[in-house]
Design a protein around this ligand. Structure first.
Ligand code: HEM
Ligand code: SF4
Ligand code: SF4
Length: 389
């Protein structure tokens, strides 16, 4: 359980989080408590999205022309309509893809709130925070391109709104609009571009996640099966209670003016429809910068950190401290010539939080915190264990 430093501005939220966590522990036991899998929840939904997306991709046709095949109209809208209404389980798979996307956004949000409230987002965790913001932005854009692919009236309106918003950006705007539409206007090539962005960026998420996990020793990436069943059931209930249907087929000669909003992915469009495009970009950019900068804005006063120190003549190079350090602050380097052992632990001071985990891990008294030596750590642990009975 994470304890927050006394003077942190989020102390009250941290206490609330821990209280909820304790209550959930009583109901579900710690093994199935979703609080302990907060990062693994969006990761699970990502796998569901890949699988359901693959099935949809097999039947999707990225064109907007009114082409006829054996007297049947064939384009993006009719292919989605076919998947939804005629393909066995097609509607269910489309629903799973849609609601797993929504669920991923919800769980990303809860995950971000959790790491923020429990103060695990700054200092040694800034890379996770910043890469998390980038991941969230990508997830948002990928979801929005999914809405364009359906090619109903909403897709047309969103495409036009996005092209207009891009075009309004000084200097790079016209180029961005051309990239987005894959030309000067909406054509078949536009939809193949959307499909490319939707799928290409989805796989780029894997690279983003690699960076996200880079500095974590043992990230919890998979919830236990029972939690997975609950997550899947949540999506399936939505699929059957609120089946997905497309709107009217898009017609380039008309200008749809309103659309049903999915607040998880499309909230930026609600903003865009309410304010001038310049103000919209100002809100989006400043909002994103402010959230990204949180680790450097909300810094509590705290005492100077004493970093761990290796007692060179005692280190056997067993690597236990290296494996246990949560912040990857220990590096195993070749031991100097003449040493009995092959490796030697060294501490990267700039990554060391002084947490003391390595002191507990070392069986050779070979790593210490200068103001909390090994013997004292062991005595403290013993006292705590005795107090717990
Ligand atoms: C695609 C979306 C995301 C996925 C799949 C994901 C997944 C994960 C996982 C599996 C962990 C390890 C959790 C643990 O071991 O307890 C983690 C940690 C973390 N994530 Fe994310 N994350 C995502 C987005 C975000 C976002 C949007 C933020 C914040 C803006 C964020 C911030 C963090 C931080 C600060 C940690 C370190 C927390 C710790 O050490 O306890 N992540 N993430
Ligand atoms: S656990 Fe102790 S002995 Fe083993 S590598 Fe680390 S400091 Fe050296
Ligand atoms: S005290 Fe030890 S375990 Fe903790 S961050 Fe520093 S090197 Fe890693």
């Amino acid at each position: 359980m994470q304890k927050i430093v006394d003077n942190h501005p989020l102390k009250a939220f941290n206490s609330l989080t821990l209280t909820l966590e304790n209550i959930t522990n009583k109901v579900m036991t710690s093994k199935y408590n979703p609080f302990y899998y907060h990062g693994a929840l969006p990761q699970y939904y990502l796998w569901v999205l890949y699988l359901s997306g693959l099935l949809l991709f097999a039947y999707y046709i990225p064109t907007i022309d009114n082409a006829y095949f054996s007297k049947n109209l064939v384009n993006a809208w009719t292919s989605v309509d076919y998947i939804t209404k005629s393909l066995p389980f097609g509607g269910v798979i489309r629903g799973i893809h849609r609601y797993a996307g929504d669920a991923m956004v919800i769980t990303i949000f809860l995950h971000a709130i959790r790491v923020w409230f429990t103060d695990r987002y700054r200092q040694y965790r800034w890379l996770q925070w910043v890469s998390g913001i980038v991941l969230a932005l990508f997830v948002l854009f990928i979801g929005q391109t999914g809405y364009y692919l359906v090619w109903d009236e909403r897709s047309l309106l969103l495409t036009r709104m996005t092209a207009g918003a891009f075009e309004a950006i000084p200097a790079i705007g016209p180029g961005l609009k051309t990239w987005f539409l894959n030309g000067d206007q909406i054509t078949n090539l536009t939809l193949s571009n959307f499909l490319f962005i939707h799928i290409g960026l989805s796989f780029f998420l894997l690279f983003g996640l690699w960076v996200h996990y880079l500095r974590m020793t043992r990230p919890v990436m998979t919830p236990p099966p029972a939690v997975n069943y609950i997550l899947t059931a949540f999506v399936l209930i939505c699929v059957f209670l609120f089946p997905i249907n497309s709107g009217q087929m898009a017609d380039l000669n008309t200008q749809p003016s309103s659309f049903e909003i999915d607040w998880f992915f499309l909230f930026p469009y609600a903003l865009l429809s309410q304010m001038p495009v310049g103000a919209y970009w100002a809100v989006m950019v400043l909002g994103t910068v402010a959230i990204t900068a949180l680790p450097w804005i909300m810094i509590p006063k705290q005492p100077e950190i004493e970093t761990a120190e290796v007692v060179l003549n005692k280190c056997t190079g067993c690597s236990l401290c290296y494996k246990d350090c949560p912040y990857q602050a220990i590096e195993m380097v070749p031991a100097p010539a003449g040493s009995r052992f092959k490796l030697l632990a060294t501490v990267k001071d700039f990554r060391c939080s002084g947490c003391g985990v390595c002191v507990g891990a070392c069986a050779f008294d070979a790593i210490d915190l200068p103001d909390l030596p090994d013997a004292e750590v062991n005595a403290k642990i013993k006292a705590l264990l005795e107090a717990k009975g």
